[in-house]
Ligand binder design. Structure first.
Ligand code: ATP
Ligand code: MG
Length: 391
């Protein structure tokens, strides 16, 4: 008897010494959170793997795989079967059934790959592969062996139980969500910052978002767009806190009081400072932005230098070295692109200089900022009046 299961491989966390069991527990909770609403499932540990089973039912791969794919820290998901009977005869029989189901009577090439983690099993891996392969060939004349480039690889994993599978669905990898400290992400409605937020979440950083909203210069639609982006991120993280910070007054103040070609730099510095204030309230250890070196006038090295100096927390810029097309590809893959592509702008043209500086000098910027006597008060007020949305 063989039972349908999902065999889950986790990558990087396998290497993490003492923290390992904590990481695995986080993965199990994430798996449970994503699949428990759909039925009664068991998540079983078998050293090096997590196994999802429903004991007796017909596990619905098509329903469950998409729910599992969004979990960070998983390396691959393999739909397969678990054998009740660990004898060699049972492995042969079930392997044949599996291959018959997978290949039918199509002409195909295959190989058998055996991993024996359970050294109590009496036969070495190579021998299992060869003998099972020979047994399958005897019954399926439509198959041929090709060990270099087979159409199908039958994987036999001998662990506490024996598992068979022939399909490896790669997932995003990364580390279990929230296993690595918190950061505040400056989240606009653009293409870049949602990708940046997602990338840091993938590395196990617990993320929350801050959106600077300037009605009526930016519309309610722009805000809705950011909320939808935050919801999409929450599909991966399970939850997401978004601060919507009213920035109109501060933006108008900057418009009136700084040189227009440096407005963007001052504005971005104000965003960094507000982000840092929220980070400190929430015990976050870093900021995240979607900046990419050279992409726009304010993202020259000099621009980034001048903006970065406004805060003391580390600023994570996971897109720094990526090209726009690479960022777009990632945005499409994770489902944020179609939301970001909606037309509503997150910044009004009133605030965009025709000829922005591309090489701002930090000491000039700081001097100009020194004269902005209302800036601190406006920042305090903006942060105090932020709307908090829990997704
Ligand atoms: P994005 O595609 O993320 O909007 P961008 O290419 O438009 O980025 P900039 O406008 O220079 O670049 O913004 C740089 C970064 O500053 C953004 O990636 C984001 O992290 C942050 N940012 C910009 N505008 C806002 C906003 N209204 N609210 C929150 N963060 C913002
Ligand atoms: Mg933008």
């Amino acid at each position: 008897m063989a039972e349908k299961v999902l065999i889950i491989k986790y990558g990087e966390i396998a290497m993490r010494g003492n923290n390992r069991y904590l990481f695995i527990n986080r993965l199990i909770s994430a798996i449970r959170r994503n699949i428990d609403p759909f039925g009664k499932y068991y998540v079983v540990r078998d050293p090096g793997r997590l196994i999802v089973e429903d004991r007796g039912g017909e596990l619905d791969y098509d329903l469950l795989i998409p729910k599992l794919k969004t979990i960070f820290g998983l390396a691959a998901i393999c739909p397969g079967v678990r054998l009740e009977d660990m004898s060699f005869e049972s492995i042969c029989e079930e392997s044949l059934l599996h291959m018959q189901e997978f290949c039918g009577d199509k002409e195909m090439t295959f190989k058998v790959d055996t991993r024996r983690a359970n050294k109590g099993f009496p036969m070495p891996s190579m021998e299992v592969s060869m003998e099972v392969g020979a047994y399958i060939l005897e019954w399926m004349p439509n198959l041929k062996v090709d060990v270099k480039n087979p159409d199908v690889t039958l994987h036999i994993e001998i662990r506490n139980s024996v598992y068979l599978h022939s399909k490896i669905i790669r997932t995003y990898g990364g580390l279990p969500y929230a296993s690595n400290g918190r950061a505040v992400s400056l989240l606009s409605g653009g293409i870049d910052s949602p990708v940046a937020t997602w990338m840091m979440a993938k590395r196990g950083v617990e993320v929350e978002g801050v959106y600077f909203h300037s009605p009526p210069y930016t519309s309610e639609w722009a805000k809705e767009k950011v909320i939808d982006l935050a919801k999409r991120i929450a599909d991966f993280t399970g939850e997401f806190r978004l601060y919507v910070v009213p920035f109109t007054e501060l933006q108008l103040y900057l418009l009136d009081n700084v040189a227009h070609d440096k407005l963007t730099i001052h504005l971005k510095r104000a965003m960094m400072r507000a982000g840092e204030m929220i980070a400190k309230q929430d015990d976050a250890l870093a900021l995240i932005t979607g900046e990419s070196v050279g992409q726009v006038a304010s993202q020259t090295m000099q621009g980034i230098h001048a903006i970065n100096a406004a805060c003391t927390l580390p600023v994570l810029r996971p897109l720094a070295g990526m090209d726009k097309q690479e960022i777009i590809n990632r945005a499409e893959e994770i489902g944020t692109f179609e939301i970001s592509a909606r037309p509503y702008e997150d910044c009004c043209t009133v605030f965009v200089a025709k000829h922005p500086v591309t090489k701002p000098r930090l000491n000039f910027i700081e001097k100009a900022e020194h004269r902005l006597t209302e800036l601190d008060r406006l920042l305090d007020e903006a942060v105090k009046n932020a709307e908090v949305i829990e997704l």
